[in-house]
Design a protein around this ligand. Structure first.
Ligand SMILES: Cc1ncc(COP(=O)(O)O)c(C=O)c1O
Length: 437
């Protein structure tokens, strides 16, 4: 007990109240693994501003850079037909309509039409739209499993899967990335446990892993259905629109779309918009409509996003022209890197990683040099996301890039890797690194 007195009042407080830490103080003292670098990184490496028209050539830090870091795979983001439809829809509907959640007051025929077109395209009985992919997957996982059920998931799954798994109150087993033997082992453990709990098993993986470009081993996982009883959820954020004969995704590409029980993708990549969808059997989608908390307790997608989504899907379904152009660029980029002796890992998608060896400090200087002196902007990933000593430069080709952009980039990479190998980026300040040319 602590007692103190002001002019008029006597205060009596329980001691623990005085002893507790201040929440804001705690946050200020520990900004987290990324936030701890905010002073050096903010505005340049983190929260950079890419301005101007959405395209491979955008303004950054006062100059035009060749941009390989936006997921506008099919180049639809700034396509004139899309822009026209987006604009007209915004003019006609504004951002407010419909109001409320789909279940309560936010349903429209347009939402249902987009769902039925998506179902046709990805070859599933039904589809539910969600407002964001991240929130959608999280809520999907939360809705479909209970404490008796077991989740088996790939170790390199996207944060939205990891966070969805965190919500799960039952057991979970993680398998080594794309390691089918290990997946089988985890399924054995999960099956034994499920027998005890009377629960079911959900396996979760991705169609394309966005950092490395590796495809998930969907075919091999599906083959495990001969031995184990489970349902398969695939996050195909990077495969939808880019893989499969028409862009139907990684399931179709690998010939196992029918065996994927729940198929998910976002509108944030090939569709160049906001929103996402989940496709499955009719009764499962009905279950989701009535049980996904992120949909029941949140506003439905605004009309311009739905109408814009219909237009984008129509363009994807009508012609492979955009996907073909994406692959012309992606193939040229990957071939160019390989011919120059770069390690691009085992990508089997448009995502193009370039692995170099160096410290985090060297990565910083190299990236600075690349941006300031070669006018190339791409994502840079270092330890702890990749192992110590590895620098990952991740390139996202799009249908809007040209073969000239590819050549410029290969030439620049040859130059910076020569400098890296000669130890030029070992200098310890950014200004020196920028003066290396
Ligand atoms: C694999 C994967 N899943 C889900 C998401 C989340 O999608 P959204 O941006 O629609 O929330 C992303 C990133 O956008 C992603 O890369």
């Amino acid at each position: 007990m602590y007692v103190f007195q002001t002019n008029k009042t006597l205060f009596v407080l329980p001691l623990h109240k005085l002893m507790s830490a201040d929440l804001f103080e705690k946050l200020r003292n520990n900004m987290g693994p990324l936030g701890m670098h905010h002073k050096e990184a903010h505005g340049y490496f983190t929260f950079p501003k890419l301005e101007g028209e959405l395209s491979p050539h955008m303004n950054f830090n006062g100059k035009t850079v060749l941009n390989w870091s936006i997921n506008n795979y099919l180049g639809l983001g700034n396509h004139p037909e899309i822009r026209k439809v987006d604009e007209e829809a915004a003019k006609e509907w504004g951002l407010a309509y419909p109001m409320g959640s789909r279940m309560m007051s936010g349903n429209t025929s347009k939402h249902e039409y987009l769902e039925s077109e998506l179902s046709k395209f990805v070859n599933k009985e039904d589809t539910i739209l969600v407002n964001f992919g991240y929130q959608g997957i999280l809520s999907l996982i939360d809705a479909v499993v209970d404490r008796r059920d077991i989740i088996v998931y790939d170790a390199e799954s996207h944060a939205c899967i990891i966070d969805g798994v965190r919500l799960h109150q039952g057991k979970r087993f993680v398998f080594k990335h794309n390691d089918i033997e290990n997946c089988e082992k985890q399924l054995e453990r999960a099956s034994k446990l499920a027998e005890e709990t009377g629960g079911a098993i959900l396996v979760i993986t991705e169609g394309v892993f966005g950092m490395t470009g590796n495809q998930g081993k969907l075919k091999e996982i599906v083959n495990l259905k001969d031995k184990f009883h489970f349902r398969l959820l695939v996050d195909d954020a990077h495969g939808f629109g880019t893989l499969g004969p028409k862009g139907e995704g990684t399931g179709v590409e690998q010939g196992v779309q029918n065996e994927i029980d729940i198929y998910f993708s976002t509108f944030a990549k090939s569709m160049a918009s906001i929103g996402a969808f989940i496709s499955s059997d009719k009764d499962i989608v009905r279950f989701l409509r009535y049980n996904m908390r992120s949909q029941i307790f949140a506003k439905s997608l605004p009309m311009p996003l739905v109408i814009g989504g219909i237009k984008r899907l129509e363009m994807i379904m009508k012609s492979t022209e955009h996907k073909d152009q994406l692959w012309r660029v992606a193939n040229a980029l990957q071939k160019g890197f390989k011919e120059s002796g770069f390690n691009i890992g085992a990508t089997k998608s448009a995502v193009t990683p370039v692995y170099l060896n160096g410290t985090v400090a060297e990565a910083t200087h190299l990236a600075y040099d690349l941006r300031e002196n070669y006018d190339i902007f791409c994502s840079i990933v270092t330890y702890p996301v990749v192992p110590k000593g590895v620098i990952l430069l991740r390139m996202i080709p799009t249908a809007a890039h040209t073969l000239e952009d590819v050549q410029t980039t290969i030439d620049a990479f040859n130059a910076i890797s020569k400098k890296l190998n000669a130890g030029a980026y070992k200098k310890d300040n950014l200004v020196e690194a920028s003066q290396l040319v």
